[in-house]
Write a protein that binds this ligand. Sequence first.
Ligand SMILES: Nc1ncnc2c1ncn2[C@@H]1O[C@H](COP(=O)(O)OP(=O)(O)OP(=O)(O)O)[C@@H](O)[C@H]1O
Ligand SMILES: [Mg+2]
Length: 265
Amino acid sequence: MYSLNDSGTDPPAGRLREGGVPMTAESTPAGPTPDGSAGCVIEARDVVKSFGQTPALRGASVSVARGEILAVMGPSGSGKSTLLHCLAGILVPDSGQVSFAGRRIDSLRENERSALRRDRFGFVFQFGQLVPELTAEENVALPLLLAGARRTEALARAREWFGRLGLDGLETHRSGEMSGGQAQRVALARGLVASPEVLFADEPTGSLDSLAGEQVMSLLSAAARDQGTTVVVVTHEPRVAAYADRKVIVRDGTATSPAPAGAVS
Ligand SMILES: Nc1ncnc2c1ncn2[C@@H]1O[C@H](COP(=O)(O)OP(=O)(O)OP(=O)(O)O)[C@@H](O)[C@H]1O
Ligand SMILES: [Mg+2]
């Protein structure tokens, strides 16, 4: 049914990486438990990153377990987005290490990191960043199209998300023809459509009122748990962090875990 998915029977849970999308040797896991580190799928160790004279991360360490939803919290300017960008292979640290599935990604070349982001990760940003010229369904289909899917198949798979996220009837709307909450749910569908192993979300509810934000986060966490996606979500809001399994606090460029069980409330 789907050229991207060998099984073809379980969209949207079918994973792109099991289909026709080539993986770089550097990012290919060795097997079902490739990490060798108690289920840790992504990890930053002693990451330092400055922008010119401005230090953003001063030795941040964090590890995320496979299937975990991790909330990254902390004051404005503390380094949350920088940490997320380092974990996702968007930024390269000045020093320290970032590993995904047991392999260093900070030492990969730009094109390899780009392939990794395209094939294994999903992204949701604060303002959705939908392509305004495209319809909602075309926006959702984008990651599949970029990975080489045929247009009709990509659109069919994209449409499956509309009912699931309460977006029925909005398939052909453009971003200017949707509410902020609806547009953000479209962005969420785009982040999840290719069944990424890790979804990185930077303030995904930051532009929404509390009801719409709660709805987005509730859908995000349900869909991620459904398909076993690991989530790293940056948020200021305790009600968003409440959907996470665990939280870390970033302060002055370092990350700490507040307390063990029950800390997320
Ligand atoms: N591209 C950049 N160029 C220069 N300085 C930057 C850049 N990106 C971030 N910084 C600086 O790095 C520090 C950390 O920024 P970062 O965006 O990671 O913070 P944040 O915790 O995500 O903040 P917010 O909650 O406001 O989004 C800040 O001092 C910021 O000004
Ligand atoms: Mg930020």
